[in-house]
Structure formats: structure tokens, C-alpha cells
Design a binder for this molecule. Structure first.
Ligand code: TXA
Ligand code: MG
Length: 346
């Protein structure tokens, strides 16, 4: 399959391009769309064949359900049984990086939901994503546009590296603003929430909307042998670079000392803070932003993880993030990329 690469330079002047992309979706094809979180591998969310094609292009197990993307919160009515809590969440966080899991209606094929009786719904804020959803007139089913197991793509070049030749079109909308996938919450029958995946909408923000917010045990990424995660994707290997990743914690100066000595002895790559750059071997570092700038760490993480492969290291080191605010999402992705390998430097 030939993949067309379409660059969005000025959305308001590219209505014809958007119409063409929407047409591909309507006809059952696949279009990769930029969103504010990560790029999504989109197809018609009401079409079983489109869902099958998505799983195939991504190399994803078909029991791992897809999120459907809508352009206004009310559109959820057609696909899910909504309730008061859904609308409270919508008012506070939509459009934006939040996905809500609700009981599904028959309008959503079981292929899209991996056989579950619930459906995950998200209303993205990215103007290009919104324009394509509106123009296609259908909800767009879209997992992250990476090959299964790899870091989610935050730039069109990451998408092309994974999916060139496997989709009809890739839309280049520049770098994704948040860089980590959306927060996923399940609305329970008593209208409390369960946080299934942390993301750009923080736990504290959810607590402002809903009195009871439980945190799913699968967020730590550790499940007992027969435990079934509420969010199927949490059980799969994720974000893993080719070399092992080790998260470091401990006194700042000692960690820096450790990193310097490791760079002398091993082929190690460091995902470092900008401030540390002068102290480390410049050809084996991937800066992810200033130490205090968590939003920048989030934005740069997946790209940096992809870049580590190009340096062919034996080992990769990164700082253990704080777990509060957006840090909870960062921690969740990093601990899984590191397969829970944490080293304390004393
Ligand atoms: O930011 C995002 O959410 C991006 C962009 C493209 O919107 N999408 C994304 O999709 O991250 P994906 O498929 O890579 O991750 C979706 C996660 C998976 O872990 C899946 O198991 C979970 O959502 N999920 C989907 N439907 C679900 C459902 N009905 N119940 C529980 N978890 C669900
Ligand atoms: Mg994904």
C-alpha cells in the first residue's frame, strides 16, 4: 500500500485536504491523525472491517479495545449509555486529554471494543483531529499510531517509521503538545470513577469533578498472575526501547556522579535534565527538559525513548519522576518502559 504523507500548514486553508482524509475514513481506509496527546491510527469506529485493519496495521492483539474519538461530548449519546458524571467530566475536561469508559450501545461493533460491553470515548482538542472527525461524520476509532509495544508517536516521523506502507494516509500536524496518552477513567454504576490510566488530566483535576476517584491497581503495572486488568492494554509490554532502561533515584549529586562513572565504563545513554548536559558525555545524552519542567519531560519522553535505539547503547538511565500531578502519568509510562527496574544510588 502506498502511504500518502499530508502536512497541515494552515488548517483553515486546507479544507480540501481534510475532506480527502475524511473520505478515506468513510470508505473504510486508515488515516493517522495528530492529537494533543499522541498520534492516533484512525478508522471508522462504526465499521468492523476498519477495526480489523487497525489491529492488523498496528500488530495489536484484538482483545485490546480501541478508543473512539468524537468531536462534541453529546455525540457520546449515540454510542454509549451516558450519565450525570459523564457530563460533569465533559464540562470540566472536554475537549481535551480525557477518555471516559461507559457501557456501550450496539452502534459500536464488538471488534472495536475487543468484545467488552463498555466503550472508551474521547473528545480531542486538536483542531486537525476535530476537523477530520466532523468532516467524516463518524466517530474515529484510534489507538496510538505506533507498532504494538513501541513508544507512542509524538511526531509524524515516528509514525512513518512504524506504519509507512500500512495505512492510506499520515497527517503531519507537528509535535504533539502533551506527549503522553490521555487519562482514562471508568464511570462506575454508583457514578464514582476509577482511574485506569493517568495522563494529561491529573488525579487532582478528577477529584475536583467527582467525590470518589479510585485508582486501579493496574496503574503500577503489577498484576498478580490471573488478575484481569480493567483496562486490557495495561497487561501488555509497552514503550520498551531495545536496551534495558533503569530508573535512578537518590541524592541529585550522587546520581550525577554515578552517571558520569557509568558513561566511562559502559555504552550508556542518559535521559538527562538540561542542567546536567555540561557534566555528561554529549554524544550519549538525550535531554528531556529542565529539571522542574515536568510538562517538557512528558512531551519529550517517547521521542527520547525512540532515539535511544539509534545510539545502540548497552543500557539506558533516566531519573525516577515524582509521582504527583502530571508526574503520575510520566511515572506510569517510565516504570513500564523500565520493566520496574529501579536503582537507588546511595
Ligand atoms: O491519547 C490517547 O488516548 C491516544 C490518542 C490517539 O487518542 N490513544 C490511545 O489509544 O492511547 P491506545 O489504544 O493506544 O490506548 C487505549 C487504552 C488501551 O490500554 C485499552 O486497553 C484501553 O484504552 N481501553 C479501550 N477501551 C477500553 C474499555 N472499554 N475499557 C477499558 N479500557 C479500555
Ligand atoms: Mg497505545
Amino acid at each position: 500500500m502506498r502511504t500518502e504523507l499530508l502536512k497541515i500548514n494552515n488548517l483553515s486553508e486546507q479544507a480540501d485536504d481534510i475532506a480527502r482524509a475524511a473520505d478515506i475514513i468513510k470508505k473504510g481506509g486508515l488515516v493517522v491523525i495528530p492529537t494533543e496527546t499522541v498520534y492516533g491510527l484512525g478508522g471508522d469506529g462504526t465499521n468492523r472491517d476498519s477495526a480489523r485493519k487497525i489491529y492488523e496495521a498496528k500488530g495489536r492483539p484484538s482483545d485490546n479495545p480501541l478508543i473512539i474519538h468524537i468531536s462534541s461530548p453529546e455525540q457520546a449519546e449515540k454510542f454509549a449509555h451516558t450519565n450525570k458524571t459523564y457530563y460533569k467530566l465533559a464540562e470540566a475536561c472536554m475537549p481535551g486529554p480525557l477518555t471516559v469508559v461507559l457501557p456501550k450501545k450496539d452502534t459500536v461493533p464488538s471488534e472495536v471494543t475487543g468484545g467488552l460491553d463498555t466503550v472508551a470515548i474521547r473528545c480531542p482538542s486538536h483542531p486537525t483531529a476535530r476537523a477530520i472527525i466532523s468532516a467524516s461524520g463518524v466517530p474515529i476509532a484510534a489507538p496510538s499510531a505506533n507498532t504494538s509495544g513501541k513508544p507512542s508517536p509524538t511526531r509524524a516521523e515516528h509514525v512513518a517509521a512504524d506504519l509507512d506502507g500500512k495505512v492510506d494516509m499520515i497527517i503531519d500536524g507537528g509535535e504533539c503538545e502533551i506527549g503522553l496518552e490521555s487519562t482514562i477513567v471508568m464511570v462506575n454504576s454508583d457514578e464514582s470513577l476509577t482511574l485506569l490510566r493517568p495522563g494529561g488530566i491529573t488525579y487532582d483535576a478528577l477529584c475536583c469533578v467527582c467525590e470518589t476517584v479510585n485508582i486501579s491497581s493496574s496503574i503500577e503495572g503489577v498484576l498478580s498472575e490471573n488478575e484481569r486488568p480493567l483496562s486490557p492494554g495495561m497487561k501488555y509490554k509497552h514503550y520498551a526501547p531495545s536496551a534495558p532502561l533503569v530508573l535512578l533515584c537518590g541524592d541529585e549529586n550522587k546520581v550525577l556522579e554515578f552517571l558520569r562513572s557509568e558513561q566511562e565504563n559502559k555504552r550508556s545513554v542518559v535521559l538527562c535534565y538540561d542542567e546536567e548536559m555540561p557534566y555528561l558525555q554529549s554524544n550519549m545524552i538525550l535531554p528531556i527538559g529542565k529539571k522542574q519542567d515536568i510538562a517538557s519531560h512528558a512531551r519529550n519522553l517517547f521521542s527520547a525513548l525512540r532515539d535511544t535505539d539509534k545510539l545502540s547503547p548497552d543500557i539506558i538511565y533516566a531519573h525516577m519522576p515524582e509521582k504527583d500531578g502530571l508526574g503520575m502519568a510520566l511515572y506510569n509510562r517510565m516504570i513500564r518502559a523500565a520493566a520496574h527496574t529501579v536503582k537507588e544510588i546511595k
